[in-house]
Design a protein around this ligand. Structure first.
Ligand code: MN
Ligand code: MN
Length: 468
């Protein structure tokens, strides 16, 4: 055998793990960068789950989708959506097949790790107004100190009035921060384990420092802040009780690297997949199988609750699709689910050269090598795993290959190093075939997560091919 034969044989037998940027046409490059710009725009305007749902609904409306409550009978080609409590959105394009024969679902989540205000947040400490917080999702707490934070949320008053608050996103807005201890006095703190370096009750936000102009009362700085909030929003301290207020990084998503190849931005887990799933369903005209795009809440805290992916509200939406297409048998829903194929559209950990030993190089995701295909999640002995059947993985490989959407097979880090789960099991438990397909992210759950523009675009191409 000549050397040349070896080259060809290798090409034939080895898995292609090339860098995705190699051999791209000018048109492909243009599409990738344009899509990335549009995605960053969405990201910068959608930092919380409610903002995602609001902006996604606007995009759906502009593209011919209507609220499902406005239609009594559905037929192939109809496009509908349902908003669950402003925190989830389910969109569907009705297919030509009977709905009992199953759906194609792409499901992503709109909640991201963040810092929530507690329900009694405001206090004064030595002339400084402070806010108590309770972090949401799995964060390394020290990463959230000394960075600019913006405040987003809603206060609901007993009469039903809703007040939206968003401070810190505009150029001339003030921002907020959690101040860490200076190194000079941190000798004791530096002896702590990293996981306790900053503790939950130390994540208090600095929120003001001017006292109310009177020497008759105590807690004058707190009073001054409450007066400001009362003037601006008409709220009192007790109103925080019925509020949802989140602190998120105030900085904008940006292109990263001299070559502009990457995106750094907050909340790409899992807004990168929300956007790809949304863009994908916009391209679906009249599919064979009814196509569904799910953007769900509460993934980061275990999928539970009325807006998590375990919610029966999703089943109710599907039942409505069935009913409005004439499928009224009591087992229609179970039949449809058992014939359904779904993608759990969520991110996976990308190899990080700074921490190479956390990754098993043969099975980790890398930036620029395409969508992540994760056959199983879970930790240790695949505990808590949702594992896709090999048959379904094979079917997906065909779809992605035909669409020229590049993918890589991976799992999250080394065995026994940790692990994680996605909403895949909530769908699989309903009787669907489910595979995790997402985007590699470096620095996941940090305030500034990193993706590759190449990979971000592959997810859109892959989801689109699957739904069509
Ligand atoms: Mn996720
Ligand atoms: Mn996550």
């Amino acid at each position: 055998m000549s050397r040349n034969d070896g080259k060809e044989l290798k090409m034939k037998l080895f898995t292609n793990k090339n860098n995705g940027w190699e051999n791209l046409s000018d048109d492909e490059l243009k599409d990738i960068f344009q899509y990335a710009d549009e995605y960053m725009y969405y990201l910068n305007n959608s930092k919380t789950e409610k903002e995602i749902v609001h902006n996604s609904k606007e995009i759906l409306l502009k593209n011919g989708f209507v609220d499902i409550s406005e239609i009594d009978e559905l037929k192939a080609g109809d496009k509908v959506f349902y908003v669950n409590r402003g925190r989830c959105i389910y969109a569907a394009v009705i297919g030509t097949d009977d709905l009992e024969d199953g759906f194609k679902i792409v499901a992503a989540h709109c909640d991201s790790p963040r810092i929530d205000l507690k329900q009694n947040p405001l206090y004064e400490d030595n002339g400084l107004a402070m806010l108590k917080t309770h972090y949401y999702g799995g964060i390394k707490k020290y990463q959230w100190t000394n960075i600019p934070l913006s405040i987003h949320g809603t206060v609901v008053k007993p009469d039903g009035e809703k007040i939206n608050i968003c401070v810190g996103e505009n150029e001339d807005d003030p921002i907020f921060t959690i101040s860490d201890l200076l190194p000079h006095l941190a000798q004791e703190q530096m002896e702590r384990k990293l996981k306790d370096g900053v503790q939950g009750e130390e994540l208090n936000v600095l929120a003001g420092s001017i006292p109310y102009d009177s020497d008759e009362v105590s807690e004058r700085v707190k009073l001054n802040i409450l007066q400001l909030l009362n003037e601006r929003y008409g709220i009192k301290e007790i109103d925080f009780m019925s509020s949802e207020i989140e602190l998120v990084p105030a900085f904008k998503a940006k292109s990263m690297g001299f070559d502009y190849s990457m995106i750094a931005g907050y909340g790409q887990d899992d807004k990168v997949c929300c956007y790809a799933a949304l863009r994908a369903i916009l391209d679906v005209e009249t599919p064979k199988k009814t196509a569904i795009c799910v953007i769900t809440d509460k993934e980061e805290v275990g999928f539970n609750g009325v807006t998590g992916m375990y919610t029966r509200i999703f089943d109710t939406f599907v039942l409505e699709l069935l009913e409005k297409t004439g499928n009224t048998s009591p087992i229609s829903l179970d039949k449809a689910f058992s014939n359904t194929r779904a993608l759990s559209a969520d991110v996976d950990a990308a190899y990080n050269p700074n921490y190479a030993s956390a990754f098993e190089k043969n099975n980790t995701a890398y930036l620029n090598k395409g969508m992540t295909v994760v056959k199983y999640t879970g930790s240790k002995g695949k505990s808590g795993a949702s594992e896709a059947p090999a048959e379904f993985v094979a079917e997906l490989r065909k779809i992605f290959d035909d669409a020229n959407a590049k993918y890589q097979s991976c799992e999250l880090g080394k065995v026994d190093k940790g692990g994680g789960g996605t909403i895949a099991l909530t769908l699989a438990n309903r009787g669907m075939d489910v595979l995790d397909v997402g985007v590699p992210v470096m620095g996941m759950h940090s305030p500034y997560e990193i993706t590759s523009k190449f990979d971000v675009f592959q997810a859109y191409k892959g989801y689109r091919a699957f739904l069509k």
